[in-house]
Write a new protein. Structure first.
Length: 82
């Protein structure tokens, strides 16, 4: 039995990898936004808008795309409950 050395994320199905990446983008964007709230400087607002907001939006778009493009598995006819 061969043990793969790839991280668990690389071995998971495609939708799980997309959801993981979307979550990481959202978390990174929120972290940048949190830092800019603490940082009292005029540049903080620019960093908030130029880096933080696009990361969150990109994460949300990737999440929605991965959920919408995932093929829905339909059970065969006649296997549903009565």
């Amino acid at each position: 039995m061969e043990v793969s050395r790839l991280p668990a994320v690389a071995q998971s199905p495609l939708i799980e990898r997309h959801l993981f990446r979307a979550g990481m983008l959202i978390a990174l964007g929120l972290l940048v936004q949190l830092v800019t709230f603490v940082w009292v400087h005029p540049v903080a607002f620019i960093v908030f808008l130029i880096i933080g907001c696009p990361l969150v939006v990109l994460g949300v778009v990737l999440y929605l795309y991965s959920v919408a493009s995932h093929p829905h598995e339909v059970p065969p006819a006649g296997t549903q409950g009565a």
